[in-house]
Design a protein around this ligand. Structure first.
Ligand SMILES: [Zn+2]
Ligand SMILES: [Zn+2]
Length: 311
């Protein structure tokens, strides 16, 4: 065996695009932290972000949904099913790492736009009434989130990070937190643009952000709920479950509103009382807790987080 062959075997194969995304994320975070430190507002902004993204309303929603899942489950399974335990670990990562990361990503992106692309700020909207501007901005933000989700499925470099979310074979409300931290970069980059463009001088009320996050969290619930007529507009658990089904991942990409899927010809509305399909990924390309070979939860969590960086 030649030296180069030995080196190739010893050296782990790494994925350069994943490191590039990590680098871009680090750059945005650095911009945010430097800017906030300069203004002496780092602690205040992080605490405000925690108030929006870990609000008591969201915590109450997760608990209430968990109770509903025990009473009316789409798929009956033990409370401590492997998928639930693993997603609870992701919830801990979300609380400690992802919430500050999300806050800094939106601050960093807004700072970069302010420094380099101020022309996107629509100053004329300053005179628009709040009842028009705020809903318009949230709808535009949802469109940007749809686009980021579409990119996650279309671009291999982004799918490497999104696949972890789709690998869950036992969906529950906790699956909303089963995401690689670096999966959020594209979404925040895109979703900050309409906010900065439409509301450059006014912040969106934190409670509205919390409500938006709550609706986005409910969609993974292990419930058959279709939301009735409202489910034609708002993403329901049954609607989003079709996106997690092995054979229909190209449909129902909506985060909160279904209109983008309808416009893109990708909306499939669930039938009331329809069959509950299996979720997860064919061939288990991402290590999952349901595999017989899966190690302890925290070891597996580390493997799942490192997986996108492997060549
Ligand atoms: Zn997806
Ligand atoms: Zn999902």
């Amino acid at each position: 065996m030649s030296v180069s062959q030995i080196q190739a075997r010893v050296r782990p194969r790494l994925c350069s695009s994943s490191f590039a995304l990590a680098g871009i994320t680090a750059l945005i975070l650095w911009v945010a932290v430097a800017d906030l430190l300069r203004q002496g507002r780092l602690a205040t902004v992080l605490s405000a972000g925690r108030g929006e993204l870990a609000a008591p309303l969201l915590v109450a929603l997760v608990v209430a949904t968990g109770i509903c899942e025990r009473i009316w489950p789409a798929e009956r399974r033990p409370l401590l099913a492997r998928g639930h335990v693993q997603d609870a670990c992701f919830l801990a990562v979300h609380a400690v790492v992802v919430i500050p990361l999300m806050t800094l990503l939106s601050v960093g992106t807004a700072t970069l736009i302010g420094d380099h692309a101020r022309w996107i700020e629509l100053r004329s909207t300053a005179n628009w009434p709040g009842w028009l501007l705020v809903p318009l901005t949230i709808v535009a933000m949802d469109a940007a989130n749809w686009l980021a989700h579409y990119a996650d499925h279309r671009l291999g470099a982004l799918w490497r990070f999104h696949a972890l979310h789709h690998s869950q074979e036992e969906l529950s409300v906790l699956t909303s937190f089963r995401a690689h931290p670096l999966m959020h970069t594209t979404g925040f980059l895109l979703a900050t643009i309409p906010v900065v463009a439409l509301m450059p001088a006014r912040p969106i009320a934190p409670v509205l952000i919390t409500i938006y996050v709550c609706i986005g969290t409910l969609q993974h619930a292990n419930l058959r709920w279709t939301f009735g007529p409202a489910g034609r507009v708002i993403v329901s658990p049954a609607y989003h479950r079709l996106h997690h089904a092995r054979e229909t991942q190209h449909v129902n990409l909506g985060v909160v509103l279904t209109i983008w899927d309808v416009l893109a010809g990708r909306a499939v509305f669930p039938a009331r009382g329809g069959a509950v399909g299996r979720t997860g990924l064919d061939g288990r390309p991402v290590p999952v807790e349901q595999a017989d070979s899966a190690g302890p939860a925290l070891l597996l969590l580390t493997e799942q987080l490192l997986e996108p960086f492997r060549g």
